[in-house]
Design a protein around this ligand. Structure first.
Ligand code: ADP
Ligand code: MG
Length: 352
């Protein structure tokens, strides 16, 4: 098993695009690591550079402590699953799964045995003689995974492997993948633009923007404490409330009211106040203490919860409430949050 160490890595395309722009990253042995970011931020390029399918322009890539920056892809010990699976349409499932072994001239009997075993691990039993065109999307996806696993790489690189599946299959495949990775214990880098997928699967997450890492941490850390407004905007199935504020003696003045804050920020400092809808509490009766007064605009049903939009002095603030406590539009309400949940970002830099 193997960790991945990346130092000062840059990948510049011939057209001058610095798709990976000076990046340091350590992925631990056996870790399930998610790379998350919007389309075009450099996720695929980073993965391809780790695999050796793109050349690093600067910096180093180490796998299992060995410098592989100039090593050809086939000798790095990595297995990659591409977004479109890249299965060979004219080959059977068994031939697809064992293709990397055939390239390495592994004996036919060993290949057949590997195909059987891997197909079993990936719930593809009975499908070995079929062609990819005769499989469902979910099955094709598992064949691509099976091929990667059968190649016995030290690390598994997955480029948006679930994005071509419909919603229900995607959830099933997600659970399957999580269990498989845990059972195999293989170091995995999983690329996605879907924050919910990253939060659900990964031991740790790196959020990328424009070829750079903007935050690295556990799903819990990144969700509860985004270190800048870019990450704050990107993480969470309901968007974080971000509104301009000024630090006061009582807390922070925002949206016509006051919210409590932790720690010390000089009075008068101009900030962007960040508070998640999940961490705000809505009350409809009399209320005292710091908080925001407003009027309910709309409520959206999210299932067991509702997302209520409240107009607080011209600023719309989102707050989640249990579905049965959903207030009527037009109702006056009061919003509060614990000081620990109110984040203050520098108004200019957007950093915590
Ligand atoms: P992501 O996977 O996060 O969507 P990519 O790594 O595919 O991002 O792309 C990162 C940036 O590099 C984008 O600006 C993209 O247009 C550019 N890019 C990707 N592939 C190439 C290429 N082969 N040649 C030139 N530019 C590329
Ligand atoms: Mg991509």
């Amino acid at each position: 098993m193997a960790g991945i160490d990346i130092e000062g890595l840059a990948t510049v395309y011939p057209n001058g695009v610095r798709a990976v722009d000076g990046l340091d990253l350590h992925v631990a042995d056996g870790e399930f690591f998610a790379l998350l970011g919007p389309s075009g931020c450099g996720k695929t390029t980073l993965l391809r550079t780790i695999a050796g399918l793109e050349n690093a322009s600067e910096g180093t890539v180490r796998i299992d402590a060995a410098d592989v920056t100039r090593t050809e892809p086939g000798k790095r010990g990595v297995a990659m699953v591409f977004q479109d699976y890249a299965l060979f349409p004219h080959m059977s499932v068994a031939e697809n799964i064992t293709y990397p072994l055939k390239v390495r001239r592994v004996a036919a009997a060993t290949r057949a045995e590997t195909a059987e075993r891997t197909a079993g691990e990936l719930s593809l039993d009975g499908l070995l003689e079929r062609r990819p065109g005769q499989l469902s999307g979910g099955q094709q996806q598992r064949v691509a995974l099976a091929r990667a696993i059968a190649s016995q790489g030290k690390v598994l690189l997955l480029d948006e492997p679930l994005s071509n599946l419909d919603a229900r299959l995607r959830l099933e495949a997600r659970t399957f993948l999580k269990k498989l990775q845990r059972d195999l214990g293989i170091t995995t880098v999983f690329v996605t633009h879907d924050q919910a997928e990253a939060l659900a699967l990964a031991d740790r997450i790196a959020v990328m923007e424009s070829g750079k890492l903007r935050q690295l941490g556990t799903p819990r850390e990144v969700f509860a404490r985004p270190v800048n407004t870019f990450v704050a905007n990107f993480i969470g199935s309901t968007p974080m409330n971000l509104a301009p504020g000024v630090v006061s003696a009582a807390g922070v003045s925002v949206a016509g009211g006051t919210l409590p804050v932790e720690g010390f920020t000089p009075e008068g400092a101009e900030v962007t106040v960040g508070v998640r809808p999940e961490y705000l509490t809505l009350t409809t009766g009399d209320a005292t203490g710091p908080g925001l007064r407003g009027t309910v605009v709309v409520a959206e049903n999210l299932g067991v919860q509702s997302l209520v939009s409240v107009d607080c002095d011209g600023t719309l603030i989102g707050v989640t409430v249990p579905e049965e406590e959903e207030p009527e539009p037009g109702k006056p309400v009061f919003l509060t949050a614990p000081a620990a949940r109110v984040l203050l970002y520098d108004a200019e830099s957007g950093e915590l």
